[in-house]
Design a protein around this ligand. Sequence first.
Ligand SMILES: NC(=O)c1ccc[n+]([C@@H]2O[C@H](COP(=O)([O-])OP(=O)(O)OC[C@H]3O[C@@H](n4cnc5c(N)ncnc54)[C@H](OP(=O)(O)O)[C@@H]3O)[C@@H](O)[C@H]2O)c1
Length: 378
Amino acid sequence: MNFRYFKPAGQMVSLLGFGTMRLPVIDKTPSKIDEPAAIEMIRHAIDSGVNYIDTAYMYHGGNSESVTGKALKDGYRDKVLLADKMPVWLAKAPEDLCSIFDEQLKRLDTDHIDLYLIHNVTKGIWDRALKFGIFDFLEEKKAEGRIKHIGFSFHDDLDMFKKAIDAYPWDFCQIQLNYMDVRLQAGVEGLKYAGAKGIPVVIMEPLKGGKLTDAVPDSVRDLWASAKIKKTPAEWALRWVANFPEVVTILSGMTTIEQVRENIRILSDATPDSLSPDDLALISKASEEYNRLIKASCTACQYCMPCPAKLAIPDLLNYYNEWFLYGQNPKVLADFNMFIHPKARPSACTGCRACELKCPQHLPIADIMKEMAAIFEK
Ligand SMILES: NC(=O)c1ccc[n+]([C@@H]2O[C@H](COP(=O)([O-])OP(=O)(O)OC[C@H]3O[C@@H](n4cnc5c(N)ncnc54)[C@H](OP(=O)(O)O)[C@@H]3O)[C@@H](O)[C@H]2O)c1
């Protein structure tokens, strides 16, 4: 494993971090984590040098923290920096911050969290966090030794990112970045902004939640095949992120042990500024090709859920994208009809837009549901 220096902790961290948002599940049910498989994957990663583990209160319907806690038993807890996050939007009053935090320690079965973030900072969540005195709370926990380092994870625009960065002497921050999101949210400019201020940056969604590796369109495959040295789609994407010296660790939410092994291999020799001009040009071409094909840049993060009308929004958006990615192939319609319950189809959307308030990608979901109803339910 390759390591980079993480200044606030005064230690090296692995370039690959384990994100526990996409652990293997049973019966396609996000809350039913396949515990033995997940524990094996996390421990294999740690045995291979990974020492950054990222979880959150809401992942896997609240079960990611407890499974992470189980994986970190038998001496594994001391080998890693454990990151967890405060879901400020769930707090109805300032006291709730404390009760949520205590529940997290209990679920993780640990007495402290090394890296603690304000989760999913957007304008609305930022204002609520300030109203609830988030920094007093975080500093109190730090003084008690329950939190070691303070950061935030981010899903809004560049101006908001700069505002958040300038508002507090952060130990680190976490942003979404992949070769498709160069100018989305904080983007590359945000990465450089934080880097210039000496704030270490942790990257999430380097494979765009798997969108850059699942069902790669033929035109993008042809581009990858044209490279002199062949690499998998995951390798191109991870190496693009690792190329930035400002990046300290790259979180990937791996779903199989094979993915864990591959990502360990890739990030074991990825050094900053090591991609050639030809490599970078090829990745730019792939990005242009995707941008030509993709309509809704959903990362299936599930933040939009639950939907009051009980729509499985990320699944529906996936069909929407596949429809355009695969040239309006009738197989997409057939799958949609087979897997989406008639009562949970896009026409059931009430247009309440509750999902849009929470979507980190700011997708116009209600409008897309209308468009989908016209295509898929005609
Ligand atoms: N704080 C926040 O606001 C926030 C938001 C999002 C994420 N996060 C954190 O950041 C972590 C990373 O984000 P992410 O999970 O979206 O990461 P990601 O690496 O972009 O996406 C993970 C998905 O990519 C696919 N994948 C991974 N390795 C692969 C490989 N070698 N070959 C082929 N496919 C591969 C898998 O998809 P398939 O299962 O489809 O194969 C996997 O589920 C999360 O797990 C979570 O801990 C935080």
